[in-house]
Design a protein around this ligand. Structure first.
Ligand code: NAD
Length: 270
């Protein structure tokens, strides 16, 4: 098969730069475009140079339309508002849309879902192999342990992160809820502060720490009577998310339209 032509949107961002480096280093893919928001100081600059590489001959543009028309896929770690727009464009162009953006509202999710009727969308709050494996382990543990075991999801990220809890914490919470056979929305405790009263039995709790340059730490605690199980993952480097996103794009090529997750890509879904 010919090389897969990929666009990186948000190309000057932390993940965007990691994605540009991953595409440049990988076989079977080529960077066919790079997009940033209107007004970005990086417009017109070479995407490779912005990512700390030799120039790749791909200038960063704020006009996605012609780029989408001439690509096979788009790698998108931007913001919810931008991702919703890119989902529409990717659906029109019938190209694979890999979405790593977190913090999407229910309304955003519905729009992305609608776009997935026309194109392959792979969306995950965490693109790493390790976290998706962790989610499977959490699901199993939650299935095996009854509500005597309180479940708490603790995460820490760098000081620039704008949403909480992290998309990964929610993904792990969903896995725990699925293991227990309950709906996370009706069984979660977020942002405790002040006189909260005792813990409600069966709730899945979330706590977020922010500071420094932490790429992403997650622990799921199962706290039972007299014992505690902790399942953890620590991301050391953003390149692991970028490699996962590339794998998702290659997996999605030629597949039938629909909304998929990283668990599908990794063959973990049951
Ligand atoms: P960042 O702020 O460094 O980068 C986002 C980039 O998107 C910025 O350069 C911004 O200018 C650009 N952008 C915003 N609107 C745009 C638009 N309309 N068109 C083009 N570009 C636009 O943030 P980051 O740390 O790279 O994280 C980005 C997102 O990815 C966040 O939601 C984060 O939580 C998520 N993330 C997901 C994973 C995962 O594995 N799923 C891993 C890391 C980060």
């Amino acid at each position: 098969m010919s090389e897969m032509r990929l666009i990186v949107v948000g190309a000057a961002g932390r993940m965007g730069q990691a994605l540009v480096r991953a595409v440049a280093a990988a076989e079977g893919v080529t960077l066919s475009g790079a997009v940033e928001r209107a007004g970005s100081p990086h417009l017109g600059r070479d995407a490779g140079a912005v990512a700390g590489l030799e120039p790749l001959g791909v200038p960063i543009s704020d006009d996605p339309l012609p780029l989408f028309a001439a690509a096979d896929g788009v790698l998108d770690f931007t913001s919810p508002a931008a991702t919703v727009q890119f989902a529409e464009l990717a659906a029109q162009a019938r190209i694979v849309h890999v979405v790593g953006t977190t913090g999407c509202s229910a309304d955003d999710e519905a729009k992305i879902h609608a776009a997935a009727r026309h194109a392959v969308v792979v969306k995950s709050g965490n693109m790493s192999l390790g976290v998706n494996l962790l989610a499977q382990l959490v699901r199993q543990a939650a299935r095996a342990l009854d509500a005597e075991f309180d479940i708490e999801v603790v995460e820490m990220h760098h000081r620039m992160k704008v949403d909480a809890p992290s998309g990964t914490a929610l993904l792990l919470g969903e896995a725990a809820a699925a293991g227990r056979g309950v709906d996370l929305g009706a069984h979660s405790a977020r942002g405790r502060d002040g006189h909260t009263g005792a813990r409600r039995t069966g709730d899945i709790g979330f706590a977020s720490l922010r500071g420094g340059t932490v790429v992403g730490d997650h622990t799921v605690v199962f706290a039972g009577p007299g014992e505690r199980i902790e399942l953890s993952h620590r991301a050391e480097d953003r390149s692991l998310f970028a490699r996962g996103a590339l794998r998702a794009a290659l997996w999605g090529r030629g597949r039938k339209p629909g909304l998929y997750t990283m668990a599908d890509v990794l063959g973990f879904s049951d």
